[in-house]
Design a binder for this molecule. Structure first.
Ligand code: PRP
Length: 180
């Protein structure tokens, strides 16, 4: 189905669909109808976010933020820049951040610090993928889709040089693509 840029499928579309249902049910049980402000982190999280968001019950708002780590290719330098801030204030709200992947943890720990300073009622973190072996700062997600090994993954919103976000599965990118 995929060309030689893709080594293999790591997490299939069907597995993601099943896990998203489980996570959304867990979130609904945990919040018990309390209002939630879902914060999507552009751009990678947008596909997974929709899977979760449409299953949440009660009073749910949606806002987006865009962050970028300096550095290129598969390694970030550790500096985070805010490209787009939220459109609404978060004070007193139950913030649920939705991300595609937690890697070094640098982006998310920066974001959590920024949001904590704005006095939300609570902050929780949901991510489709987690690569705990790559962590540089301590950070734990509250709702994790899949723990994955240290492989370069693309698809289901995740890119390499802005490509492959449209692949329906999370796939391992062939080394020949990024070691060219
Ligand atoms: C990815 C991902 C996280 C971050 C995780 O974003 O969406 O925001 O990297 O890495 P970290 O845990 O090492 O900080 P990216 O900068 O690739 O932006 P994108 O979502 O627009 O592709």
């Amino acid at each position: 189905m995929y060309n030689s840029d893709i080594e293999k499928i790591l997490v299939s579309n069907a597995e993601i669909a099943k896990r998203a249902e489980e996570i959304a049910a867990q979130i609904n049980a945990d919040y018990k109808g309390k209002p939630i402000l879902v914060v999507g982190i552009l751009r990678g999280a947008s596909i997974f976010l929709a899977d979760i968001f449409k299953r949440l019950e009660g009073d749910v708002e949606l806002d987006f933020m865009s962050l970028s780590s300096y550095g290129s290719g598969t390694n970030s330098s550790g500096e985070v820049k805010m490209i787009k801030d939220l459109s609404e204030p978060v004070d007193g709200k139950n913030v649920l951040i939705i991300e595609d992947i937690i890697d070094t943890g640098i982006t998310l720990s920066y974001l959590i610090k920024v949001l904590e300073a704005r006095n939300p009622e609570s902050i929780k973190l949901c991510a489709l993928l987690d690569k705990p072996s790559r962590r540089k700062v301590e950070l734990k997600g509250d709702y994790i889709g899949f723990e994955i090994p240290d492989e370069y993954v693309v698809g289901y919103g995740l890119d390499y040089a802005e490509k492959y976000r449209n692949l329906p599965d999370v796939c391992v990118l062939s080394k020949t693509v990024y070691e060219k």
